[in-house]
Design a protein. Structure first.
Length: 110
């Protein structure tokens, strides 16, 4: 078992675009880690179906936040700059250490 009192708090950032097939599994993977001192920030980059409808049951966990690119607020910025979504995620992190997690990648290591 990990002694979390000596480990830092971390932010896990997850950009999503139409990830309905893999987002739930990604969240389960992250939340099933032994290490639990983290926040999860998801940015919905204009998905056809809003992320909140896919992960409603997960949103009860106060460590999870969803940012949305409603309309034109962030969309041009994301398309202009390759890492725009990631930059918005990092700007919104609470903690000093950041892990970028894709919805198509494998799980974190316990």
């Amino acid at each position: 078992m990990i002694n979390v009192t000596n480990h830092p708090l971390i932010s896990i950032v997850i950009p999503v675009y139409n990830g309905e097939k893999t987002l739930v599994e990604t969240l389960k993977s992250v939340l099933n880690q032994m290490y639990s001192h983290f926040e999860i920030i998801i940015v919905d980059n204009g998905s056809d179906q809003p992320v909140e409808t896919l992960i409603q049951s997960f949103l009860e966990d106060k460590r999870i936040r969803v940012l949305r690119t409603n309309g034109k607020k962030f969309i041009p910025y994301f398309r202009k700059e390759r890492y725009g979504t990631r930059n918005v995620l990092i700007i919104n992190c609470i903690y000093r250490f950041v892990i970028h997690r894709t919805i198509s990648g494998s799980g974190l290591i316990n």
